[in-house]
Design a binder for this molecule. Structure first.
Ligand code: GDP
Ligand code: IMO
Ligand code: MG
Length: 447
């Protein structure tokens, strides 16, 4: 069943390259929980929730916000752009959403203006530097195609430590000023040394002042979210963890270096919230019925034909955050099985199955051919993954529009066979199936 009332802590996590439909599932489950928690990433995420005629695009605010009374928690593992968070809250308030349930970790790190400038600069330099390299090196050292939200530089500042600003520091003006001055001294030297054209040195005083103003606005939401979550769980309350980005983009377990800068698999929950992993017993791996990827990096099953074009149009495969067209390919079961194992997925939510309607032959990647030998083992490294060839298995497609189906038995036999092949290969049951973007368009297996 979609909700399992006896499970205190559940996680929703993407098993591909993002945009699997995590926001929709979180929204479907949130009403039965006391808190929804983001544990990683930042405004690079774009989670869509569709309620009737209204489409919400959430970037930093947890998708549980649409349910009054549910705490929407931004954990310590998130990197927060406080200006963007303020704008997102304003947008929600304008649409009549009650945002009083927001709780922001005092230990979350802050994305500062110089982080966004650094993100832009690095991407520009890498693009220029690598260009068209015939040696094959391009696949691993080119620009990453980031969202330019300052995510990588903010996480880098965090592990560099002294000059990093945390949300709690926004409320301590003197300390904030000292940290920003230190950071600006380093950034100004770096940008100057690179001879960046038109570079205006960062003004520490102005940056610190603006950051402090954002802090004042958010002051009432700032708290120790680890304490909050552990107290909720100890009181028998229910907590839902909302993954951002996805397992293939996990900095340690994804297709490095074409990844984001956080542990975007379920493994990030512990460090990103302070809740020990054994407390999270239900892990729902969200899997899109085909593959998409935004930005650079290898994608073994990528298509560049009319089938991909049709899927992109029907699935509205354009980035929620950047508007970029998403790359499209067949479902890569080798990657999904690996991701499900890394996350410890206990069930799968197969999404956007409706989009495959009308594709005559559906293909599934069930192995990688590497130097002539076929293997079912995933390769979590961009250089090696770029060299595999997908082994594809054909299944019959289905022509029916399935967006009105609400029960397993209503799906055409070919659609059911596709779902059954996925779960047999991955070794994890498909417990729910998405057949459209609206909250109501979900099939609970077993119904
Ligand atoms: P997220 O980042 O994982 O939350 O996913 P996004 O919201 O970025 O992208 C998923 C897109 O698919 C959004 O436009 C959703 O509204 C939409 N969506 C989610 N589930 C379904 C589904 O089952 N069918 C269809 N057609 N669209 C869906
Ligand atoms: P949601 O939560 C899809 C990708 C970017 C880029 C790489 C690194 O909506 O599923 P970054 O800005 O994080 O340094 O970019 O990761 N990326 C995503 N792709 N969905 C996301 O989030 C993503 N978050 C990051 O496109 O290739
Ligand atoms: Mg998204």
């Amino acid at each position: 069943m979609l909700d399992q009332a006896n499970v205190p802590a559940t996680a929703v996590v993407g098993l591909q390259w993002g945009d699997e439909g995590k926001g929709k599932l979180v929204d479907c489950l949130a009403g039965a929980h006391d808190a929804v928690v983001r544990y990683n990433g930042g405004a690079n995420a774009g989670h869509s929730v569709v309620v009737g005629e209204t489409r919400y695009a959430l970037h930093l605010v947890p998708s549980g916000i649409l349910h009054p009374g549910v705490r929407a928690v931004i954990g310590n593992g998130v990197v927060v752009d406080p200006g963007r968070l303020g704008e997102e809250l304003d947008g929600l308030i304008e649409r009549g959403v009650d945002v009083s349930g927001l709780a922001l970790s005092s230990r979350a790190h802050v994305v500062m203006p110089y982080h966004k400038a650094e993100d832009e600069l690095r991407e520009a330099l890498l693009t220029r530097r690598v260009g068209g390299d015939a040696s094959g090196a391009r696949a691993v050292v080119g620009s990453i195609g980031t969202t330019k939200r300052g995510i990588g530089p903010a996480y880098a500042e965090k592990v560099t430590r002294s000059s990093a600003v945390r949300v709690g520091d926004l409320l301590r003006p003197e300390l904030l000023r000292e940290k920003v001055e230190l950071a600006c001294a380093v950034k100004n030297a770096f940008f100057t040394a690179l001879g960046v054209e038109g570079f205006e040195p960062f003004d520490a005083g102005a940056i610190a002042e603006e950051a402090a103003a954002h802090g004042e606005r958010l002051r009432h939401t700032v708290t120790d979210t680890t304490e909050l979550l552990l107290d909720l769980l100890d009181d028998g309350r229910r907590v839902l963890f909302e993954g951002a980005n996805a397992t293939m983009l996990d900095v340690d377990h994804g297709t490095f270096p074409f990844v984001t800068s956080s542990n975007a698999s379920a493994l990030g929950i512990g460090p990103g919230t302070g809740v020990p992993p054994q407390r999270v017993t239900r892990i729902i791996g969200v899997v899109k019925a085909y593959s998409t990827r935004v930005g650079g990096g290898p994608m073994p099953t990528e298509l560049d034909d009319a089938v991909a074009e049709g899927i992109r149009e029907r699935g509205r495969e354009f980035g929620t955050t950047t508007g970029r067209p998403r790359r499209v390919g067949w479902l890569d079961l080798v990657a999904v099985r690996y991701a499900a194992r890394v996350c410890g997925a206990t069930e799968l939510n197969l999404t956007l199955l409706d989009v495959l309607s009308g594709v005559e032959t559906l293909r599934l990647c069930t192995g990688y051919r590497v130097e002539g030998a076929v293997s079912g083992r995933f390769v979590p490294d961009a250089f090696d993954l770029d060299r595999v060839e997908p082994v594809l298995e054909d299944l019959s497609g289905f022509g029916e529009d399935i967006s009105g189906c609400r029960a397993w038995g209503e799906l055409p036999a070919a659609a059911r066979a596709y779902v059954e092949r996925v779960e047999a290969y991955v070794g994890v049951p498909v417990a729910s199936i998405g057949v459209g973007p609206d909250r109501s368009q979900i099939i609970e297996r077993g119904r």
